[in-house]
Design a protein around this ligand. Structure first.
Ligand SMILES: *[C@@H]1O[C@H](CO)[C@@H](O)[C@H](O)[C@H]1NC(C)=O
Ligand SMILES: *[C@@H]1O[C@H](CO)[C@@H](O)[C@H](O)[C@H]1NC(C)=O
Ligand SMILES: *[C@@H]1O[C@H](CO)[C@@H](O)[C@H](O)[C@H]1NC(C)=O
Ligand SMILES: *[C@@H]1O[C@H](CO)[C@@H](O)[C@H](O)[C@H]1NC(C)=O
Ligand SMILES: *[C@@H]1O[C@H](CO)[C@@H](O)[C@H](O)[C@H]1NC(C)=O
Ligand SMILES: *[C@@H]1O[C@H](CO)[C@@H](O)[C@H](O)[C@H]1NC(C)=O
Length: 656
């Protein structure tokens, strides 16, 4: 039993009967500038955890660590696209079991600030909005566009009645519910949309729940982000002028509790940009200032976790976020305790009695060592297996959404219409490769096009040569006015000055093929002819699958344990462990070098299977190649980039 549970039961037993018969309540007290919980002044000290970024088996461990840090509340987002990836099909099972997560919070003794969106930003694909909304090509997201509202009403018609039973006044842990997210930073400034959401939330959740909004701590953001009837809160990070920041909140809420809904403990990362680190001293100095004046605060993030699979988002100019969402938070990506954790705990201790007892320890990590990988088929060689629906012929390219595919990779095939014996530019003149294209001519890798970075390569070939373009969706933009982020070849490719036409497009179900073991694990490839062993591996080779397996060693107690996988001399790709899509690796771009592998993915009774889709070139010929399991994470490796994206801390407005 969680330490908090015993204490809660004990408190209930000694409470006078009158309190037991009173309905629980959570309200805003405008006279005392405070929240009231069961009629008494209440201040929350909260931390963010996104259940979608932490494996279900670790929810309890992370929540307990948050409780033991002295937090009385947690904050979480509900990513719509995580639960309704196909319109009308709702998934609340296993890692998506929001009800179980909320029950754990309550059992441990943590209240919940719920942020159901519909838009959440969160460095999450498309800010949590499902990609299928883009079926209507000119949809205006986050506005009163009728098609958008119809989808929102339907989703919220499922989600909000489900959340209602978890509201504090109904005996659950949820004390407040956020409507939309930093809407004042969005160009649309559509008050009718916010009014629509406010009445939608009210109609489902009732009159007695505290609904609120969150915006940047500037009067300009509150202008379009706040609405009468929704309690306005602000967000700001370390080093901010706390007085000035809360003056901005007071502009919208002359009275009521002061609330910082996102106080940044760290900051986000992007591929090709140095890993973000925020000093503990800077964090606790401002945290102390916030607590000193009696304000409510949510530490964003308290644990960042992982963008497993394809869930990362991106900023503009196009800059996708890596697989790790460590955030330099007080608990690491793997839930480990840090100096920041204990220093924050010491600050909280000055303002509220924190639970006694032992803080749950960091989980042990194990270095399983190197695993040899063997090349299997290339993507083009496995089209029969990967393309369940078969190809579609089209004169001009189709997008992912045209093909009803949300994530991953699609293959585009055509032929060279003319002889190209001299190098000729193959281009995406309108920057229409979303987001990265791996191009082969007659099965030989010819180059890479990348959104905003490389719009032309030179190719050679004969008339009739096969042109294969594997396009990777690297994550949809989650912030700003370009969240309508279509994927695939969204504009034509040109060869010289002519538009390439007559394409065959393959939607690829790589995740299904990997998890169902449909790809051949070993493949008797035409091994490199002897005498070529001194030839260095090619600079590029067509995207291909690689397989390896390993066993958990016998005789060592408490295995399996968590581990990290790294890719020495590999370039860029996707990795699955026992069919689970762990995420993207890209050590050649950095800063993330290792990927977190939670222990529950590993088996002690049968061999564990690693599938790698390497997109550029694997270090597998002439020498054998390996991936390696280590016990130490590296998310701050060297970055190699031409990125124009420059980072400034705590100002998302700068990201656009
Ligand atoms: C912080 O903001 C307040 C109110 O705007 C202002 O009076 C004060 O001088 C500022 N402090 C600093 C250090 O800039
Ligand atoms: C393509 O070739 C032309 C002519 O040789 C050269 O000027 C140009 O820089 C090349 N472009 C790329 C992207 O390599
Ligand atoms: C591709 O080019 C054709 C012919 O110029 C044009 O009709 C079509 O609109 C273009 N498609 C896109 C998506 O740019
Ligand atoms: C596309 O294919 C059609 C029918 O085979 C042909 O008439 C047309 O010329 C082709 N277009 C291009 C640009 O190759
Ligand atoms: C790994 O693959 C082998 C061979 O297909 C299979 O027998 C085994 O169950 C797989 N391991 C796991 C953990 O799924
Ligand atoms: C990366 O992080 C580790 C662990 O925090 C630290 O020891 C190391 O100095 C960092 N390296 C760089 C290059 O910042």
């Amino acid at each position: 039993m969680a330490p908090g549970v015993g204490k809660m039961l004990f408190l209930l037993l000694i409470l006078p009967p009158i309190t037991l018969s009173t309905n629980p309540s959570f309200t805003v007290d405008y006279h005392q500038n405070s929240f009231l919980k069961d009629g008494k002044p209440f201040r929350y000290i909260s931390g963010s955890i996104h259940y979608s970024r932490v494996p279900r088996v670790y929810w309890k461990d992370r929540l307990l660590k948050m409780y033991m840090a002295g937090l009385n509340t947690i904050q979480t987002y509900v990513p719509w696209n995580f639960h309704e990836s196909v319109p009308g099909v709702y998934d609340f099972g296993r890692d998506r079991d929001l009800g179980y997560f909320l029950q754990l919070c309550q059992d441990i003794g943590l209240l919940v600030i719920m942020r159901p969106g519909p838009y959440i930003c969160a460095e999450w694909d498309m800010g949590g909005l499902p990609a299928w909304l883009l079926k209507k090509k000119d949809i205006v997201l986050r506005s009163s566009d009728p098609d958008y509202l119809t989808a929102v009403d339907k989703w919220m018609g499922k989600l909000l009645p489900f959340l209602k039973r978890y509201l504090y006044q109904n005996g659950g842990p949820i004390i407040t519910v956020q409507v939309e997210n930093e809407y004042g930073s969005y160009f649309a400034c559509d008050y009718n949309y916010m009014r629509h959401l406010a009445s939608l939330f009210r109609s489902h959740l009732g009159e007695d729940v505290v609904l609120f909004t969150t915006d940047g701590a500037g009067v300009g953001y509150l202008k379009c982000g706040s609405l009468q009837g929704l309690y306005a809160t602000v967000d700001f990070g370390p080093g901010a002028n706390v007085t000035a920041a809360f003056e901005a909140q007071r502009h919208a809420e002359p009275r009521g509790p002061l609330v910082n809904s996102e106080f940044y403990t760290g900051w986000l990362d992007h591929w090709g940009v140095k890993h973000s680190v925020v000093s503990t001293q800077a964090v606790v100095k401002t945290l102390n200032e916030i607590l000193e004046i009696g304000a409510n605060v949510n530490l964003y993030m308290f644990i960042g976790g992982t963008n497993f699979g394809y869930w990362n988002g991106a900023n503009t100019a196009y800059a996708p976020q890596p697989t790790s969402y460590d955030y330099d938070a007080p608990l690491t990506e793997a839930g480990d305790l840090t100096e920041k954790y204990f220093t924050i705990r010491d600050v909280i201790k000055m303002y509220r009695k924190i639970p006694e007892g032992v803080v749950p320890p960091s989980t042990p990590k194990f270095a399983y060592g190197p695993v040899q990988m063997k090349k299997s088929l290339t993507v083009v060689e496995s089209l029969d297996i990967l393309s369940l629906s078969g190809p579609v012929k089209t004169v001009y390219p189709l997008t992912f959404i045209d093909m009803n595919q949300a994530f991953g990779f699609m293959l585009y095939q055509t032929v060279l219409p003319v002889d190209c014996s001299k190098p000729i530019p193959l281009s995406s003149p309108l920057n229409g490769v979303h987001d990265r294209a791996y191009i082969s001519i007659d099965g030989i890798a010819a180059g890479i096009l990348e959104r905003n970075k490389a719009i032309t390569i030179n190719i050679t070939g004969k008339a009739g040569s096969r042109v294969e373009v594997l396009v990777e969706n690297m994550g949809r933009i989650n912030y700003g006015k370009t969240i309508n982020d279509f994927k695939g070849l969204v504009f034509n490719l040109t060869l010289g000055s002519d538009v390439l036409a007559n394409w065959t497009v393959y939607s690829l179900s790589i995740d299904e093929a990997v998890s169902q073991g449909l790809l051949p694990a070993s493949f008797s490839s035409s091994s490199a002819p002897s005498g070529f062993t001194t030839v260095p591996p090619p600079a590029l080779s067509p995207p291909a699958f690689y397989f390896g397996s390993f066993n958990i060693p016998d005789g060592i107690p408490d295995l399996p344990q968590d581990t990290y996988i790294q890719f020495p001399n590999w370039r860029k790709g996707q990795v699955w462990i026992n069919g689970f899509n762990l995420g993207r690796y890209w050590p050649s771009r950095g800063p993330q070098v290792t990927l977190y592998v939670p222990a529950h993915l590993l088996s002690t009774s049968v061999q564990n299977n690693i599938t790698v889709l390497e997109l550029e070139a694997a270090p597998c010929s002439p020498a054998p190649c390996t991936v390696e399991f280590t016990d130490t994470p590296v998310i701050n490796g060297t970055v190699k980039s031409t990125s124009q994206y420059t980072r400034r801390l705590f100002t998302k407005q700068d990201l656009v």
